[in-house]
Design a protein around this ligand. Structure first.
Ligand code: SF4
Length: 270
């Protein structure tokens, strides 16, 4: 029987870095995922554009993508991004930018929302990803894209995401060591591209990193809360006793046991 290792994804890693307790709630507690409260225009736009670009990648026909986005945004539950709203106009603009991007890609073969995984016996971990778009280009190299529609580019987080996607795609597609893979975080709002051209050595470094992270997770018994502005986005906040319990700096620094008082610390009001 094939060995089954615990699965690491970019989302899990990101969740862990944001708040370990959120990670615990989501992946270890066994609790049912709380119902999604409310769809925001931003996530409706993001999901709608991603779905439309998936269709574009499948058929290559922009009309399939436009029809998909139109139908999605006309759904009752997507009313806040429906026709006549600013969010609707944004979604249409982002899709047209995605179509322009598609027209620049010279691919021999392509995959939409490619779900792929690979595992390592050495580090006892499986890695999984759903990559928005993967292209085997006519020049023999490979390219993978993660479409972005957010207002903020997440810089190094995007790099980490692309590194993990690269490792999984290179392994699962069996891309040879002398073939580079261009990875792109392509923001359809700003038009900017975050590009990393990655080699097999980069994949080896990512594998080692994921192995180290998985080992640390296996050994961890406490998953502490990290309350802050992220609690506003956390679906577990109603079950979390630490939610929004952002520590007050003065209260801690003035604590008697800490031996610092407001007068001497510069914390007193001016
Ligand atoms: S509510 Fe805040 S502290 Fe609690 S799990 Fe969520 S992000 Fe962490």
């Amino acid at each position: 029987m094939a060995t089954s290792y615990p699965t690491i994804t970019y989302s899990k890693l990101n969740r862990f870095e944001t708040c370990r307790k959120w990670y615990w709630f989501q992946y270890l507690s066994g609790r049912d995922q709380p119902q999604e409260k409310e769809r925001t225009p931003a996530n409706i736009v993001g999901n709608g554009v991603h779905g439309a670009l998936r269709k574009l990648c499948l058929t290559g026909n922009p009309e399939d993508a436009r029809a998909e986005l139109d139908a999605y945004l006309r759904m009752d539950i997507h009313e806040c991004a429906g026709p006549g709203t600013a969010a609707h106009d944004e979604a249409v603009l982002f899709l047209e930018r995605g179509i322009e991007a598609h027209n620049t890609i010279d691919s021999a073969e392509r995959w939409a929302e490619l779900k792929c995984e690979a595992q390592t016996g050495r580090y006892q971990v499986r890695a999984w990803a759903a990559v928005d778009r993967v292209d085997h280009l006519n020049d023999g190299t490979w390219q993978l894209i993660d479409w972005k529609t957010g207002k903020w580019d997440e810089g190094e987080k995007t790099d980490q995401q692309l590194d993990i996607y690269h490792l999984i795609v290179r392994t699962s597609r069996q891309i040879k060591k002398d073939i580079p893979v261009t990875t792109i975080g392509w923001n359809l709002r700003s038009g900017t591209k975050r590009v990393r051209v990655l080699t097999r050595d980069d994949a080896v470094a990512t594998l080692r990193f994921l192995g180290g992270f998985a080992k640390r997770l296996r050994e961890m018994t406490e998953f502490e809360a990290n309350p802050g502005s992220q609690c506003g986005f956390c679906p577990w906040r109603e079950q979390c006793p630490d939610a929004a319990n952002v520590p007050l700096m003065e209260a801690w620094l003035e604590d008697e046991d800490e031996g610092v008082d407001a007068e001497g610390s510069g914390l007193a009001a001016p």
